[in-house]
Design a protein around this ligand. Structure first.
Ligand code: HEM
Length: 294
């Protein structure tokens, strides 16, 4: 699969300027909110398997989150068949997922509504809700494709604490992010895109990066550009904020020469704490040079 244009644009931007942590939010129309692609079937089948075999690792919800979860399911019921009538054809009071030939009803007894919602779309879904003091916390999530984090370590925690391992977050991003959460208007949808390097292709990847050496002749096959397209929107009834994470990854050998060059330049610019955070410390200089030659 080709690297999508938003990721190519991010790499071009990261290559062109010195690294600085940024929110990077852009407004998007509702039809660009969920983007079911050719890998929809692969992702939904894998989600089913993870939810069956290790439910507690990939789904979590605090008590009292059912109403906000129902709002997410309702939103998907309204939006998906409207924007993607062939991918999600409406069938009376239900709709189908063409890629998996499943029929989905509005409610599924015994299943948290956010859990149901997560089984429909390629994205991971996180609910953020304000506590009595106005602090937004992660209150529920369907998280099958984490990139090096574990849901049970973050559930119930405020946005600032969730980002504790992220370099420079506390100094640069925490205040604008908190302000953004308080002010996000209903009806507005924003997107941000990130990138990192992984040494395995697995979509479910809660563990920290491996520390082994990848020899340069295997960079193309054994290292992956991994990117998340994240969106944020406020839910009308509950006033919760829904955070979606749409994960893609490509072996480095599949990058276009331009994407590879930009990724190389972006890695070359990364300060050491970011290199360590992205798990490329030991490889960074060799990898940047290898990418530059592609
Ligand atoms: C405007 C909103 C947000 C901004 C600007 C932001 C920013 C960041 C940044 C800069 C990183 C480092 C990796 C990257 O470049 O993406 C990160 C990681 C992360 N973010 Fe966010 N984030 C936002 C919202 C959220 C929300 C709502 C959640 C809720 C689950 C979240 C969960 C995480 C987690 C779990 C990590 C990995 C942390 C770790 O390494 O343990 N982020 N975020």
């Amino acid at each position: 699969m080709m690297v999508n244009p938003a990721v190519s644009a991010l790499l071009a931007q990261a290559a062109a300027q010195p690294h600085r942590p940024q929110m990077g939010l852009v407004a998007i129309p509702e039809r660009a909110w969920i983007q079911p692609g050719p890998d929809l079937r692969e992702k939904l089948v894998l989600k089913r398997q993870l939810l069956a075999e290790r439910h507690d690792e990939v789904f979590g919800a605090l008590p009292g989150t059912e109403d906000a979860g129902s709002e997410v399911a309702d939103l998907l019921f309204d939006t998906l068949p409207r924007h993607f009538p062939t991918t999600y054809p409406r069938m009376g009071s239900m709709f189908a997922i063409a890629a998996t030939s499943e029929l989905i009803g509005m409610r599924s007894p015994g299943l948290h509504p956010l859990d149901l919602a997560g089984r429909i779309v390629p994205d991971d879904l996180c609910l953020m809700q304000a506590d009595a003091s106005g602090t937004y916390r992660l209150t529920a999530a369907s998280l099958c494709f984490p990139s090096r984090w574990r849901l049970h370590e973050k559930l119930g925690r405020p946005v600032g604490e969730i980002h504790e391992p992220v370099p420079a977050y506390g100094e640069v991003l925490q205040r604008p992010v908190d302000r953004f959460f308080g002010a996000l208007a209903q009806g507005r949808i924003v997107q941000r895109v990130n990138w990192t390097i992984h040494d395995r292709p697995d979509l479910f990847q809660p563990q920290s990066p491996r520390r082994h050496e990848v020899p340069p002749e295997r960079f193309g096959s054994d290292l992956f550009l991994r990117s998340e397209r994240q969106t944020l929107r406020r839910l009308a009834r509950s006033q919760a904020i829904l955070f979606t994470i749409d994960t893609q990854r490509w072996p480095l050998a599949e990058l276009s020469p331009e994407d590879a060059r930009n990724l190389g330049a972006a890695i070359a610019q990364l300060p050491e704490p970011e290199r360590r955070y992205k798990g490329v410390s030991a490889l960074a200089d060799g990898l940047a040079a290898w990418l530059a030659r592609r």
